[in-house]
Design a protein around this ligand. Structure first.
Ligand code: ZN
Length: 306
């Protein structure tokens, strides 16, 4: 049934007479992805285009994704936020204004750990709270620059430090941090063991923001295209500036212990279209897919194929 379904989809000719290439409503495929991970779909497994595949668009979670066209593949790199509620989500593939494919992605629950702190999280003063809000707004502005059609990287990704080791357990991605007074927060990145060592950009990109914020300490945020951003926090030194073009593996600073940090380390994070995803799994998954073509599904297998 799965093969028959794909064969039917291969007949959808993008760029044909409007109305003749719409996906059939009674055909749907459901894929699965876990909270905090990415799913990579090769559009050419699902649809056939008679125009450039870069004209395809993918919609899910009320976000638009443009494809990465590389090595004969047309990849949609979809981020599933660590807090995305489990359940089924519709996705659509457009060519221009025409829907040429419909499907569903099931978000599966990830069992994130809880780390309990033996201290009380203090309530910040009004001025400190205002500063935190303003600094968070500056970061949100930097990662909502609307450049999602721009693709800057064309090579695989590297890790920001050599021989990365996760600083456990508090450094684990997505963990719940619970204070004695009941306050709970999430950890949106990975803490890597890195004591005052050089930090490198994980791929080509543009620096969209640097600063020295209350929580983040000295930090760098790099935009790589396709709404993919990488974050490097708690640095002791920054050697790049906003709007600077960066090459993969170029030094951007040194790890440190600035901001809300207890001990020198690197807080490394990635976001796709604003979705908070595990940075190490992101690097591993996208490199695997860019290295060689496998199938339309990298991290998951179809839950239901009709
Ligand atoms: Zn961290």
């Amino acid at each position: 049934m799965k093969n028959a379904f794909l064969a039917a989809c291969l007949m959808c000719l993008c760029g044909a007479v409007p109305g003749s290439a719409k996906a059939r409503d009674n055909l749907e495929t459901i894929y699965a992805a876990k909270q905090g991970e990415i799913i990579i779909l090769n559009a050419l497994d699902l649809v056939k285009t008679t125009v450039g595949p870069e004209n395809l668009k993918f919609f899910i979670f009320e976000k638009e994704y443009r494809p990465l066209v590389t090595g004969g593949q047309t990849l949609f790199i979809i981020g599933v936020d660590l807090a995305e509620p489990p359940g089924d989500y519709d996705f659509l593939i457009y060519c221009g204004v025409e829907i040429i494919f419909k499907g569903k992605i099931t978000v599966l629950k990830t069992n994130f750990k809880t780390v309990r702190f033996k201290s009380v999280k203090t309530t910040p003063s009004v001025s400190i709270a205002r500063r935190i809000v303003e600094e968070d707004a500056a970061i949100q502005n930097a990662i909502n620059s609307g450049e999602n059609q721009k693709i800057i990287f064309s090579r695989s990704f590297v890790c920001p430090v050599q021989n990365p080791k996760v600083s456990c357990p508090a450094g684990n991605f997505g963990v719940y941090r619970k204070w004695l007074n009941g306050h709970i927060s999430r950890h949106g990145g990975i803490d890597l063991k890195a004591q005052y060592v050089p930090i490198q950009a994980i791929n080509d990109g543009t620096v969209v923001l640097t600063g020295n914020f209350l929580l983040e300490g000295k930090f760098v945020i790099i935009y790589h295209g396709l709404n993919i951003y990488s974050f490097y926090l708690h640095l002791s030194d920054i050697c790049v500036q906003k709007s600077q073009l960066i090459k993969r593996s170029e030094k951007i600073g040194a790890s440190g212990n600035t901001g809300f940090s207890k001990g020198a380390h690197l807080h490394f994070a990635t976001r796709i279209n604003g979705k908070i995803i595990d940075p190490l799994k992101f690097v591993e998954a996208i490199n695997e897919q860019m290295k060689h073509y496998k199938s339309c599904l990298l991290l998951t297998s179809p839950k239901i194929g009709v």
